[in-house]
Design a protein around this ligand. Structure first.
Ligand SMILES: *[C@@H]1O[C@H](CO)[C@@H](O)[C@H](O)[C@H]1NC(C)=O
Ligand SMILES: *[C@@H]1O[C@H](CO)[C@@H](O)[C@H](O)[C@H]1NC(C)=O
Ligand SMILES: *[C@@H]1O[C@H](CO)[C@@H](O)[C@H](O)[C@H]1NC(C)=O
Ligand SMILES: *[C@@H]1O[C@H](CO)[C@@H](O)[C@H](O)[C@H]1NC(C)=O
Ligand SMILES: *[C@@H]1O[C@H](CO)[C@@H](O)[C@H](O)[C@H]1NC(C)=O
Ligand SMILES: *[C@@H]1O[C@H](CO)[C@@H](O)[C@H](O)[C@H]1NC(C)=O
Ligand SMILES: *[C@@H]1O[C@H](CO)[C@@H](O)[C@H](O)[C@H]1NC(C)=O
Ligand SMILES: *[C@@H]1O[C@H](CO)[C@@H](O)[C@H](O)[C@H]1NC(C)=O
Ligand SMILES: *[C@@H]1O[C@H](CO)[C@@H](O)[C@H](O)[C@H]1NC(C)=O
Ligand SMILES: *[C@@H]1O[C@H](CO)[C@@H](O)[C@H](O)[C@H]1NC(C)=O
Ligand SMILES: [Cu+2]
Length: 598
């Protein structure tokens, strides 16, 4: 890390105008993405994606007001990459957001580009690549913005940082191939092999008795939310996803993939014992729990190195703190007058290849040919019409300053942690499990709601998020379970595109990344610059299954395919075709073919 000399000029200028920015500097990192070998759960070493031949990844750290510059080079050799700064608003720099296909083109092997953005926010964040379900292979790490004016500064002595995550022994491209497959018609997600804390297990944390620590906890997992508690100690929650909260006591918290918490923990004076810190992956998320899985990970608060490490007590049930009850520290009131309400209905279903996909309003997101930001910048006034972003982009155009509400109905029995880029949002309402679709007459609003950037909707239930469209840009809104993003659980907010056209100049290295990867960077989603309402040739999702053809039928088919009577079974299916509809027969044939390709 090197501090740039240009700080001086910036600082002097700032001194003349707003002294508050006087200490702002540019924090510069050179990051090479490289393959390294790691063995965080002690099972066996595997290739992981590191930075500068190092894994776990370096912590990116800056102060409020600083500019972060990351010279990023992809030295992986065999995969494209990018870096997304999770929770950073990128106000004025939406092209630095790192989401491939949304705000930038992929950084191909051997290619470089420079991320450059100013952080006028504080708190606990993280960074990860945002392409092809890649980050669970290792390219994810903490990003901390220190606050010189932390309102809780007088209440703690020291700061600690802990990450949580899930860990797979296999690499993502292999796992993706088996997940998105006719042989997995129910869409059962690969179950992690282990839980990690700070990218290891049994971490010993030496603490000083009597002191109070602010512990930053970031779940940088692919999939699993974790229950988190510290035996013998209570936590006071003071921050969620970069937003200070009124302090709230909790004995256990639930941290979904991509969420962060800061908690204050006061250590005992008594040094006669050490204590376990426990993370426990939420097994409700897993379709089947392998008998060998240990969902738990332990670290230890070390009061006295000479004393034993305790064995964590086993709990029969989990009773975590409900983050809906938190209040924002700054007392920002619930936005009452909604200008633009967007209803999103979530479902999981099969497409014509027999694999399982995720949908919002019956659309499964597919990366468009032209990254959405580039379409917004190059389609003139038509950028205000969502049509130009393509049939599978699920784009919503927002006008500057309007209060936007997302009503999310989860018609799926799974829990989903949703993340909005470019903003935090108010959690106006969240229903209990099985509540069904949103009913405004049966919802309770808090006058000062909790705000954050990632929040979980409960199974077969609903929630309502609100935010102000005060940040022109192109912002992904998606489930942060990487399996679900990869199968389309996303929409895109195109915020004030005509303002972007006036104010934004995309740097040459970002355009070069498009050229290098043969990605068109002008025109509508199909790359059409002449008639932006003609989307011929756009990327689309796989055609749906013919009506009446179910996942259950596919399971039966798969079993018949893998049986020893493969030939016979196929003949039987074809033979049956005349008495079914021709459509069904052809769908079956396609599935048989793709099954055989496996
Ligand atoms: C990144 O890789 C380049 C090319 O191999 C090398 O010159 C440079 O020193 C590397 N940077 C870091 C920080 O490791
Ligand atoms: C890319 O290279 C790494 C390191 O050699 C290897 O482990 C990995 O399987 C390769 N991945 C792909 C998709 O080729
Ligand atoms: C980062 O962006 C600022 C503001 O646009 C610019 O002045 C500076 O030169 C950029 N730094 C780098 C290293 O590109
Ligand atoms: C966890 O790891 C980060 C580096 O990734 C390090 O800065 C931090 O101190 C570690 N936390 C503890 C409690 O050891
Ligand atoms: C630890 O000792 C200090 C100093 O005597 C006291 O102020 C504090 O309340 C004690 N803490 C606890 C948790 O008992
Ligand atoms: C993991 O921890 C939970 C909570 O204490 C407990 O119920 C469960 O039995 C533990 N599982 C294993 C495999 O130890
Ligand atoms: C969509 O188009 C881009 C090229 O711009 C391509 O890289 C990508 O793989 C396509 N995606 C799908 C799902 O077809
Ligand atoms: C967007 O463009 C399409 C195609 O030209 C048109 O049918 C539709 O009415 C337009 N929508 C709006 C809101 O202008
Ligand atoms: C309101 O929602 C709760 C679940 O959140 C449900 O039990 C109750 O029946 C609903 N009441 C009405 C009037 O719909
Ligand atoms: C972006 O900056 C503008 C002022 O330049 C401010 O009004 C707005 O609240 C900011 N938005 C976010 C999300 O930080
Ligand atoms: Cu999900």
């Amino acid at each position: 890390m090197a501090l740039s000399l240009s700080n001086f000029r910036y600082c002097c200028f700032a001194l003349l105008s707003f002294s508050v920015f006087c200490n702002a500097v540019t924090v510069t990192y050179n990051f090479n993405a490289t393959w390294v070998t790691a063995n965080p759960d002690g099972a066996f070493p595997r290739p992981v994606i590191g930075i500068n031949n190092q894994w776990p990844l370096p912590v990116v750290r800056a102060n409020k007001g600083d500019t972060i510059v990351v010279h990023f080079t992809n030295l992986l050799g065999n995969q494209s990459s990018s870096l997304h700064w999770h929770g950073i608003y990128q106000n004025g720099t939406t092209h630095m957001d790192g989401a491939v296909g949304v705000s930038q083109c992929e950084v191909g092997p051997g290619r470089s580009l420079t991320y450059n953005f100013t952080v006028n926010q504080v708190g606990t964040y993280w960074y990860h690549s945002h392409i092809n379900a890649q980050y669970p292979d290792g390219i994810r790490g903490p990003l901390i913005i220190e606050d010189p004016d932390n309102p809780y500064a007088d209440e703690f002595d020291e700061e600690l940082l802990l990450t949580l995550s899930d860990w797979y022994h296999d690499q993502m491209p292999n796992l993706m191939a088996s997940f998105v497959s006719v042989t997995n018609p129910t869409g059962a997600e690969p179950v992690p092999d282990a839980a990690l804390m700070n990218d290891t297990q049994n971490l010993q944390i030496k603490i000083q008795p009597g002191k109070t620590y602010m512990i930053r906890i970031a779940n940088i997992a692919a999939f699993a939310g974790q229950y988190f508690w510290i035996e013998g100690h209570t936590m006071r929650i003071i921050e969620v996803d970069g937003i200070y909260t009124k302090a709230a006591e909790a004995s256990m918290i639930y941290i979904t993939a991509a969420q962060r918490y800061s908690v204050l923990v006061t250590m005992k004076n008594d040094t006669s014992k050490n204590y376990a810190i426990v993370g426990s992956m939420d097994e409700d998320l897993f379709d089947t729990v392998p008998p060998t899985l240990n969902p738990n990970v332990t670290s230890f608060l070390i009061y006295d190195q000479s004393k034993d490490l305790p064995t964590a007590a086993l709990l029969d049930e989990f009773d975590p703190f409900d983050d809906f009850t938190l209040e924002a520290y700054d007392d920002e009131k619930l936005f009452e007058n909604v200008d633009h309400s967007i209803e999103l209905t979530l479902k999981m279903d099969n497409l014509g290849n027999g694999a399982n996909y995720a949908f919002f309003n019956d659309i499964s997101f597919v990366t468009p040919k032209v990254p959405i930001l580039f379409s917004a910048l190059s389609t003139g006034n038509a950028a205000n019409n969502a049509t130009v972003y393509g049939a599978n982009s699920n784009a919503f155009v927002l006008q500057r300053g309007e209060v936007v509400e997302i009503v999310l109905n989860n018609n799926d029995p799974g829990k989903h942690p949703f993340h909005l880029h470019g903003h935090n949002f108010q959690l106006a309402w969240r229903a209990d499990d099985e509540a069904g679709d949103y009913d405004p007459n049966n919802a309770t609003f808090h006058s000062v709601p909790m705000r954050r950037d990632t929040v979980m909707v409960r199974p077969d239930a609903n929630m309502v998020l609100r935010f102000r469209a005060d940040n022109p840009g192109v912002w992904f809104f998606h489930c942060h379970i990487e399996w679900h993003l990869a199968t389309g659980l996303a929409v895109v907010m195109v915020e004030a595109p005509l303002d972007l056209q006036k104010s934004l100049k995309v740097p040459e290295d970002f355009i070069q990344a498009c050229r290098d990867s043969n990605t068109p960077f002008e025109g509508n989603a199909a790359g059409n610059t002449k008639d932006v309402f003609d989307l011929t040739g756009e990327n689309k999702s796989i055609a749906p299954l013919p009506a009446g053809f179910t996942a259950r039928g596919i399971v039966a088919l798969v079993f018949s395919c893998v049986s020893a009577f493969l030939g016979l079974a196929v003949i039987a299916w074809y033979g049956a075709a005349p008495i079914g509809t021709a459509e069904v027969a052809s769908a079956q044939r396609r599935i048989v073919e793709s099954g055989q390709e496996e």
